[in-house]
Design a protein around this ligand. Structure first.
Ligand code: ADP
Length: 717
């Protein structure tokens, strides 16, 4: 019997050592629990080992020697078990101090428990046994073990009744079982020897059973940490994306809970449903070259469109274990995308329709206005009556204002649809500045304002940039300055800053002594249709579009626009635009030149009796206007009212120049031009053709500038 018990205890020792070594190599963030657990298991191992040896002895002295390390194991066991339970029960304050401190009393007790005088040994039917000599130490030792057992009960009670977590309550119940087992063992070899019974090594056996239970509790505790295993559970149960796991023989082994929901009953674990039975994918898709592939496929179970991430799982030797397939249902996303694309297509169509409408409107409105202005120009040239000239001037002003509004609306629509383009040409800055001065100084004078110019004579005479848009920018801020100034003056300044290479920055500012702009309104100045301080400007004509167009144009030219203004005192608008220098020679004194070239009454600048020009326009009034405007040049004009008539005329006669209207019913300018180029009997194959268009929407220019055409877009006047 003694031998059997010894072998049993040695077996326990081996198991406890194995558990503690295994734990030593396990990675865990809970270091304190880990070390206490290892100390506890090692204590158990030493206890089992030496008490097993003690049992096997026949010599009392040898038995006493075995008890010396055996008791070390026992105290180590009791102290580490107390500390581990205290940690799990989250003891704090005095209670922790008392319970943990009491466990350490085992250390001073230890020498007494191994003292040779206190214990007598004799061989019993269970092998070598021992009895305690009565005395203080023996009561102290028994008292110690009883109090430690009570303390453990207290901690277990706390865990079961006070812990907010169910897991900890379950741990507490298991520890309670462990405690009962240990107590039964203790009664046999600690309490019974007190009453003269030989000590049966009950606690040596029960401590091991206790250690096994604590091992279980420890595993339960360990599983509550973040580990690979519980994370896999999380992925399995909680991840929204359906997950399928196949083994290396392509048998479906795991179907995650979301996958069950997604695929329905037909996709089950441990079935032969290959991936090609679930998705529209090639049969051998899993024989993939890389460890991961991503593909898109239709699901055969529910017709949804899915994005599949397929990963091959291999072990550390590189052998295939299986495949994980993470499914992303794209059906909603694809439907949303389709809806967005459809909405965008409709918006584009609507925008196109708007642009077409604007192009047509521009043509329809500009054509008669141009005719009115052309006729009016003839009155201005031919009338001698001051009264009539006055009326004609008014018509001209109103007509130009109307054209300006239409131009602004068209420019705005171009900007909105990102069709505004900057077209660069070589130009003379002098021409722009002087023409603008001429145009606006008259308006300023009429309002009783002083118009002052300040042009740097060193400005390079020829620059490269978009002359038309520059004029538009300057004209806009000049017109505003005059519009919003009642008395005082308007200063028009132009100078430049040298930059690297052939670049300069054109520095232009317009300063007025007008109504000014409130500081808080300045940020809104460039918003479309925004007229700041409506009250003070309501009687001044305007659409609130000008500055937003100016700002955009300046940005397109990579320049900057700044405003400084004091309400009631005046404003300054600064424009800085980079331009390339073509001819560096200074433009010279422009104020002087202006004085040398006063405004004259119209005179034809040339006469060309032999010149023949064909004018093609379906709008009769335009034909009359051209006829009237070119009258004094004595050029021979031939008129055609349609593309077809033009085709006929070019076969009959050779012209020096052809003016061809773009927008005509039946055959438009472009078709007419193409036909002219393809025709055999065309006497005007090499005659320059100037296309006339009232359509200022981008795209118009591009259409007509093909072939041998001199593309000219006549925008406003
Ligand atoms: P509008 O057609 O109304 O003149 P703009 O876009 O050119 O439109 O100008 C926007 C607003 O900025 C104007 O309505 C006016 O309130 C203000 N503004 C522009 N220039 C000046 C200026 N020189 N002095 C005072 N206010 C100005």
């Amino acid at each position: 019997m003694g031998d059997i018990l010894s072998y049993l205890l040695w077996g326990f020792a081996v198991i406890s050592v194995y558990i503690s070594v295994e734990e030593a190599f396990r990675k865990t963030a809970e270091k304190k629990a880990k070390y206490l657990f290892i100390a506890y298991q090692l204590g158990s191992a030493v206890w089992s080992m030496f008490f097993g040896l003690l049992l096997a002895q026949t010599d009392p002295e040898m038995a006493a020697d075995m008890r010396i390390p055996g008791m070390v194991g026992m105290f180590c066991y009791l102290i580490s078990a107390t500390l581990l339970m205290s940690y799990w029960a989250k003891l704090e304050g005095r209670l922790k101090f008392y319970i943990e401190g009491f466990a350490y009393l085992g250390i001073p007790l230890y020498p007494l428990t191994v003292s040779r005088e206190n214990i007598s040994y004799q061989v019993s039917e269970f092998g070598m046994s021992y009895q305690f000599a009565p005395g203080f130490w023996s009561y102290a030792y028994s008292g110690y073990t009883v109090v430690v057992a009570i303390n453990m009960m207290v901690m277990i009670f706390i865990m079961i009744h006070k812990s907010p977590k169910k897991r900890e309550r379950v741990m507490g119940k298991k520890l309670f079982l462990c405690e009962i087992v240990i107590i039964i063992g203790m009664v046999m070899d600690t309490i019974m020897p007190q009453f003269g019974f030989p000590a049966f090594p009950g606690s040596s056996i029960s401590q091991f059973l206790g250690a096994v239970i604590i091992y279980q509790v420890y595993l339960l505790y360990y599983r509550s940490q973040i580990t690979l295993e519980n994370m896999s559970r999380f992925l399995y149960y909680s991840v929204n994306e359906p997950i399928l796991i196949y083994d290396e023989k392509e048998r479906l082994r795991i179907v995650s809970s979301s996958a069950r929901e997604f695929f329905g009953e037909t996709v089950q674990e441990d079935t032969e449903r290959k991936i090609s039975h679930i998705f529209e994918v090639p049969a051998g898709i899993l024989d993939m070259e890389d460890d991961r592939i991503v593909t898109e496929a239709k699901c055969l179970c529910n017709d949804s469109f899915c994005h599949l991430g397929i990963d091959r799982i291999t072990d550390r030797y590189g052998d295939v274990l299986g495949y994980i397939i993470v499914v992303d249902d794209m059906t909603d996303k694809i439907n949303n995308m389709k809806e967005l694309q459809e909405a965008r297509r409709r918006a584009d169509e609507a925008n196109e329709a708007k642009s077409r409408f604007l192009a047509n409107m521009s043509h329809e409105i500009r054509t008669p206005i141009n005719a009115v202005l052309g006729m009016d120009e003839m009155i201005l040239r031919e009338s001698r009556s001051t009264e009539v000239l006055g009326y004609a001037m008014n018509i001209q002003n109103a007509g130009k204002a109307l054209l300006a509004i239409i131009n602004d609306i068209l420019d705005f629509s171009k900007i909105e649809s990102n069709k505004m383009e900057i077209v660069e040409n070589d130009y003379a800055i002098k021409d722009i500045l002087m023409e603008l001065t001429r145009e606006v100084s008259l308006r300023a004078e009429k309002k009783g304002l002083r118009f002052v110019t300040e042009f740097d004579p060193k400005l390079p005479s020829k620059l490269r940039g978009d002359e038309v848009r520059l004029r538009q920018i300057f004209l806009n801020i000049l017109t505003n300055a005059i519009k919003y100034t009642k008395t005082g003056s308007v200063l028009f300044h132009a100078s430049f800053t040298e930059m690297e290479g052939q670049q300069i920055i054109l520095d232009v500012f317009v300063k007025d002594t007008g109504i000014g702009i409130k500081e808080e309104k300045i940020p809104y100045l460039f918003d479309s249709f925004q007229r700041v301080d409506e009250k003070s400007v309501h009687n001044i004509e305007g659409t609130g579009l000008g500055l937003s167009i100016v700002k955009r144009l300046v940005e397109l030219m990579k320049g900057t626009l700044e405003v400084k203004s004091i309400f009631g005192v005046g404003s300054v608008f600064y424009v800085h635009i980079p331009q390339r220098v073509v001819i560096r020679e200074p433009a010279g004194n422009m104020d002087e030149t202006m004085k040398q070239k006063p405004l004259r009454k119209y005179e034809a600048s040339f006469e060309a009796e032999d010149a023949r020009i064909l004018v093609v326009d379906d709008y009769k009034l335009n034909l009359q206007v051209i006829q009237g405007l070119l009258k004094e040049t004595k050029i021979k004009l031939t008129m055609a009212e349609s593309g077809r008539e033009c085709i006929q005329k070019v076969q009959e006669q050779k012209f020096d120049l052809i003016f061809l209207d773009h927008m005509m019913p039946e055959m438009d300018g472009i078709e007419t031009l193409h036909l002219m180029q393809e025709m055999e009997h065309n006497l005007n194959r090499n005659t320059p053709v100037i296309a006339l268009t009232a359509n200022a929407v981008a795209g118009g220019k591009r259409d007509v500038s093909s072939g041998r055409i001199c593309g000219l877009s006549v925008e406003a006047d």
